[in-house]
Design a protein around this ligand. Structure first.
Ligand code: ASP
Length: 308
């Protein structure tokens, strides 16, 4: 089986000054995921490695680079799911953790639960020996400025989100050489969100889903809209109905736009190696290692390829 990994860096109108860093970031993450798959390791290991690379990159709203809530705090959400067993692990509203995806994996593998939130997630991180980092270390200078600037806006978070899409959740999906799929999604959520707000990203079936029988999906976009249509499961439902991966993603995003006026994007990979990266927002940086070939893009209808 030819391994495949696809990653995204969030659906939104990325400003030109961040576009280069975003594309470089997704390319590096796809390579990091593929390096794991090439050694024969699992899809789960690959999505964790790719997502950690994006969390460590301050160009993205996850781990380092995360956005701040109304109180100027950083609350992080993440989920990981294993398509071979349907096991999943998630954390929500966790603080001071640089790689929430690794904590989510620990929830999946070391507890009897599927999600830990807020203080409970932090207590578990401590128990697992996962180090904490100060909030200031996670917040970039650009984020501090944007947060201040938008504080004075009179419009609500939803309008701001719909107008600007200034968010860049990250995610990865992979198919390994044994035929297993996995997915991961990690985010700081949306800027100026209410304290305790949890979006779609860590919610199974909304921000992500993986099942060896149909494929793996990671979503991005307006969380409250994604939750309404359970976007990740909706995509796989269409695959189960006999649609191809690309068509399933397109149809589901179109439905979300028409039914609840929400924009977003998704990446997906099927058990036979078909993959897709689609979005209805202005931009979404994405990259895919399909075997040795690197595909990537950021604008609608754009696809570049670097041969091995
Ligand atoms: N879906 C994320 C959230 O609502 C944001 C994003 O994908 O940019 O928290």
């Amino acid at each position: 089986m030819r391994p495949v990994v696809v990653v995204h860096g969030g659906a939104w109108a990325i400003p030109d000054e961040l576009s280069r860093a975003s594309v470089d970031g997704v390319k590096a993450a796809a390579r990091a995921g593929y390096a794991v798959l090439e050694k024969g390791a699992s899809a789960l290991d690959a999505v964790e490695a790719a997502t950690r690379s994006l969390e460590d990159n301050p160009a993205f709203d996850a781990g380092h680079g995360a956005v701040q809530n109304t109180e100027g705090e950083v609350e992080l959400d993440a989920i990981i799911m294993d398509g071979s067993t349907l096991a999943s692990g998630a954390v929500s509203s966790v603080r001071n953790i640089a790689n929430p995806i690794t904590l989510a994996r620990a929830v999946m593998e070391q507890t009897d639960h599927a999600m830990l939130t807020d203080r409970g997630a932090n207590l578990f991180a401590e128990k697992m020996g996962i180090p904490t980092v100060p909030t200031e270390a996670l917040v970039t200078e650009i984020e501090r400025k944007e947060w201040e600037r938008q504080k004075s806006y009179s419009i609500g978070v939803k309008e701001m989100f719909n107008n600007q899409w200034a968010h860049d959740t990250v995610g990865a999906v992979a198919l390994d050489c044994h035929g297993n799929v996995a997915c991961a999604t990690s985010t700081g959520g949306i800027r100026h969100k209410m304290v305790g707000r949890v979006g779609d990203s860590p919610i199974i079936g909304s921000g992500a889903y993986a099942d060896n029988q149909s494929g793996a999906v990671s979503c991005t976009g307006h969380g409250e809209s994604i939750l309404k249509v359970t976007l990740a499961r909706l995509i796989l439902f269409h695959v189960e109905q006999g649609r191809g991966i690309s068509e399933a993603v397109e149809k589901s995003l179109q439905h979300m736009g028409e039914r609840v006026h929400g924009g977003g994007g998704a990446i997906a990979v099927g058990p036979s190696g078909q993959w897709a990266a689609k979005f209805t927002t202005e931009r979404m940086p994405w990259a895919c290692m399909d075997g040795e070939a690197l595909h990537y893009g950021m604008e609608p209808k754009e696809e570049n390829q670097e041969a091995p």
